[in-house]
Design a protein around this ligand. Sequence first.
Ligand SMILES: Nc1nc2c(c(=O)[nH]1)N[C@H]1C(S)=C(S)[C@@H](COP(=O)(O)OP(=O)(O)OC[C@H]3O[C@@H](n4cnc5c(N)ncnc54)[C@H](O)[C@@H]3O)O[C@H]1N2
Ligand code: MOO
Length: 394
Amino acid sequence: MISVEEALARTLALAAPLPVERVALGEARGRVMARPALATRDQPPFDASAMDGYALIGDPPAGATFPVVGEAAAGHVYAGTLGPGEAVRIFTGAPVPEGATRVVLQEDVTAEGGTIRLNAAATGGTHIRPRGQDFRTGDSLSPRRLRPNDLALLAAMNIPEVTVTRRPSVALIATGDELVMPGEVPRPDQIVASNSFALKALVEAEGAEARLLPIARDTEDELRTVLDLASDADLIVTIGGASVGDHDLVGKVAAGMGLERAFYKIAMRPGKPLMAGRLRGVPMLGLPGNPVSSIVCAHLFLLPMLRAMLGLPPAPAPLLRAELSVALPANPTRAHYMRARLTRQDGLPRIEPFSSQDSALLRLLAEADALLVRPADDGPRAPGDLVDYISLNS
Ligand SMILES: Nc1nc2c(c(=O)[nH]1)N[C@H]1C(S)=C(S)[C@@H](COP(=O)(O)OP(=O)(O)OC[C@H]3O[C@@H](n4cnc5c(N)ncnc54)[C@H](O)[C@@H]3O)O[C@H]1N2
Ligand code: MOO
């Protein structure tokens, strides 16, 4: 069995960034920008007023008076020339008239019949945003997953379309004679397929597209047929049938179809029978069937693979720190990803693993905030120790 780190390195080696496409800015939220975006103009494109008031020249004392010779509003430049001793009525966002060095707030003047008088000496800055203060033509936004804030910046840069990595298409294949889809009537010896729904949601939240294929029954023929249906995907994910039982056929059938195996079995709990490889050119991840095992493996391997396919830097699931609230015995040779609850407190949160860690228990997984990470061969841990965890709440 290989380590989690080695398995991750081998799965990431299967995942290359996908081709790019252009999308309209309005469709770009959450997409991964593949190239830097370059501003096509300065922002603001002119010296702009930051306040409603009066634009004038110099630093006049309290009591000074000025004739108001014109007006500048947002979208309406003052076409005249401002001279010393004159003022232009100005509104927030308007271009500051040529030569003006200050905007006096309207609250700080008394306006009377086309003239203003300063109530007090103007203080506290010019209230002018200089041209290019936000960004200049040619300034760039580096490649990233686009958040709402980034979209506002791109719009201001006058970039109507962005180059993003194509969404990976992920084929999800549940396997097993015991499975029916939610809403169907299971026989007494059947259960409802659940894993695919968590996996679909995780895949979609990561910015990929998930396709639920028909459940593959436990025959070699049927598994082959469903794997064939997935051959146009960017990533094939099977669920179950990965272990050593007589009906665990995924490894055998995939091998018969030419799977180049990257690994099978890892020193990890849950998730030991994970397999990965390349099937006729398509990366494939064979997840264990136990619901918790498949979902934990998705966090640790499937999502990092998708991020790499999206062109993000190859990286493991992000680790956070928490303060352990109970004592834990030494962890043996398999890294353990324990379902745990987080409690907020000042500083780092407290983390408490559930007493049962059975990998079939979905109700406990639904209660869990985090996977507490126990590395392989980790010594005993005491309350108050700082430990790593992976968040399940995002
Ligand atoms: N003799 C051994 N038996 C098992 C070993 C082992 O090393 N030696 N490993 C155990 C471990 S660890 C795991 S994990 C499981 C993984 O088995 P499979 O990947 O072959 O999964 P299945 O046998 O198909 O299913 C296991 C379990 O999960 C249920 N299941 C499967 N798919 C779904 C689904 N889509 N939705 C909901 N539940 C699903 C299935 O009904 C079984 O109950 O093997 C252990 N055995
Ligand atoms: O690895 Mo299994 O995943 O413990 O249930």
